[in-house]
Design a binder for this molecule. Structure first.
Ligand code: FAD
Length: 508
């Protein structure tokens, strides 16, 4: 047998569920050691859950008799928190086990020791409209102040050792010198630089009937083709192939992503983006606050046992091994961390493959605190894209804070240090960098619970192996997370996947 039926009996026979073993020293609940009916089990199970954590029963939106389910959510990033919140709103008993000492995961805002109330987002930076749905609903529901984020306005792109303005990148002479062919030059003369992929993607993109249907476009053979080879076949210059990037990726995966954006009405590179005032962590802090003591910090899940009628997770808290049982488990940690957790019985082969192979990148964020916004005096845009891995992008944030000082955020490759980023800033700036008071580097790769940042486009042949297996539930275990949706736009993918899972558990 490949599932839990040999270990746990079916949901119709709840008395056969193994008794809850309380490993927090509070002792087993004797009710669970003798046969009980499902309603009693739910009540007792809920009591056992709260016994582990609180010692009193929290009032439910609806009583267990009305179908409340006990759900453990493993991971307190935006996906886990929003999934738990949606379940709580629907009246289910939910407990969030978060490995680290904070909630938010890759949504993280730094305040201390920045001066004058300044702050810096170290992870999730922005959201768009349209393109983000449930996220905006939360912004409205919680009445969270948000700000237009002009980080992509007047963008300077460093190409071939020279900063280029948006206007210059419409100039036919400049484009010819960069190596584009006639068709590309004609296109870029009147289209935005970032839209270049659509010159080649457009005929394919229109074939996708829906955003969750990569295999109905008649293009399945392109999963085995590298995007660079497809572009070459379709007449792209080597310059265009280089600038479009993702050349080694599955062409089908890249085209599907472009199609999803088109279907959602979002440009490939949205210029109009937003952030939360006070930092994007305001969202995850608000969700965590709504969940209250349902959230358990420093509680990493170390083992999953899945049965036909329930799940049991082992976790650690304050150095102590503990267990929790529930009707459902939602895995809401990144696939990189999920693949390290032993599961009994093992995931089905397709799921195991997807979890083990979904690819991620890691990156770092540099934070510069400057005494003044000196680039404004110099008349330079500070919104950059560069070719320097120590400072691939640069932009300003927290500009609404009433102070002369300012904060710049830099995007750096995972191995870059604060000094590397500062040196790159000094080398690339068109004048003299002045008054840098502090430089920090947040290296995600060093975070034991969040070292992998986001998924990347899959390699050839991988889409059919990973999608939809990565998002599909396995019995009583569901998967929410930025990796478990069709598009890796972090916070949106997180809240979408969370919503999908909460709906599925609620309906089950
Ligand atoms: C530098 C950077 C820039 C980004 N920019 C954007 C952007 O502009 N817009 C956008 O929408 N997104 C952006 N993202 C992506 C976005 O931040 C993430 O995709 C999103 O926050 C992921 O949320 P999640 O809840 O799925 O996963 P995570 O944030 O990884 O949360 C998972 C949680 O699970 C916990 N955990 C791990 N293992 C265990 C375990 N064994 N037991 C219990 N808990 C565990 C972790 O501690 C973590 O809190 C960016 C990310 C980074 C790093």
């Amino acid at each position: 047998m490949n599932d839990a039926s040999s270990k746990y009996k079916s949901a119709e026979c709840p008395a056969a569920l193994p008794p809850v073993k309380e490993s927090d020293g509070q002792g087993a609940d004797p009710v669970l050691q003798k046969p009980v009916d499902r309603r009693s089990l739910l009540k007792a199970g809920a009591a056992a859950l709260v016994g582990v954590t609180r010692g009193h029963t929290r009032p439910l939106g609806r009583s267990p008799a009305q179908g409340a389910k006990r759900v453990i959510v493993a991971g307190g990033g935006i996906s886990g928190l929003s999934c738990a919140y949606e379940l709580m709103k629907r009246g289910h008993e939910v407990e969030v086990l978060e490995a680290s000492e904070r909630t938010g995961g890759h949504v993280r805002t730094m305040h201390e020791p920045l001066a004058d109330g300044l702050y810096a987002d170290l992870g999730a930076e922005q959201f768009t409209k349209p393109g983000y749905d449930l996220y905006w609903r939360y912004v409205e529901e919680f009445n969270l102040p948000y700000l237009y984020y002009p980080r992509r306005h007047g963008l300077l792109r460093r190409i071939g050792g020279q900063f280029r303005t948006e206007e210059e990148l419409h100039d036919r002479r400049v484009l010819a010198n960069l190596g584009f062919n006639r068709r590309e030059i004609d296109y870029l003369a009147t289209n935005a630089w970032w839209n270049l992929p659509m010159l080649y993607f457009q005929p394919y993109v229109d074939s996708f009937p829906g955003e969750y249907e990569p295999y109905k476009a008649g293009l399945n053979h392109l999963d085995d083709v590298e995007l660079g080879d497809l572009l070459r076949k379709d007449g792209a210059s080597e310059a265009a192939i280089r600038f479009i990037g993702d050349t080694k990726a599955s062409a089908l995966h890249a085209l599907w992503h472009a199609a999803i954006l088109k279907i959602r009405g979002v440009p490939l590179f949205p210029i109009d983006v937003y952030r939360l005032k006070g930092g994007n962590q305001v969202m995850t802090d608000t969700l965590a606050q709504k969940l209250g003591d349902r959230v358990h910090l420093e509680s990493p899940v170390t083992r999953i046992e899945r049965g036909e009628s329930g799940v049991r997770v082992s976790y650690r808290h304050a150095g102590e091994a503990r267990q929790m049982e529930a009707d459902y488990l939602v895995c809401a940690m990144s696939a990189v961390l999920l693949r390290r957790i032993p599961v009994e019985p093992p995931w089905p082969e397709a799921k195991r493959y997807a979890i083990d192979h979904v690819p991620y990148y890691s990156a770092s964020h540099a934070v510069f605190q400057t005494r003044t916004p000196f680039w404004e005096e110099d008349g330079h845009s500070i919104n950059w894209e560069t070719e320097n891995p120590n400072l691939e992008q640069l932009w300003r944030m927290a500009e609404e804070v009433p102070t002369e000082r300012s904060i710049l955020i830099g995007w750096s490759e995972a191995s870059a240090s604060a000094n590397d980023a500062l040196e790159a800033f000094q080398r690339l700036y068109l004048g003299r960098v002045r008054g840098v008071e502090r430089v920090f580097m947040h290296t995600w790769a060093n975070d034991p619970w969040a070292m992998a940042c986001e998924t990347v486009t899959y390699s050839p042949g991988q889409l059919k192996k990973i999608w939809p297996a990565i998002a599909d539930p396995v019995g009583r275990v569901h998967f929410a997370g930025a990796y478990a949706d069709n598009l890796n736009w972090g916070q949106e993918a997180g809240t979408r996947s969370a919503h999908r899972v909460a709906e599925a558990i609620d309906r089950a």
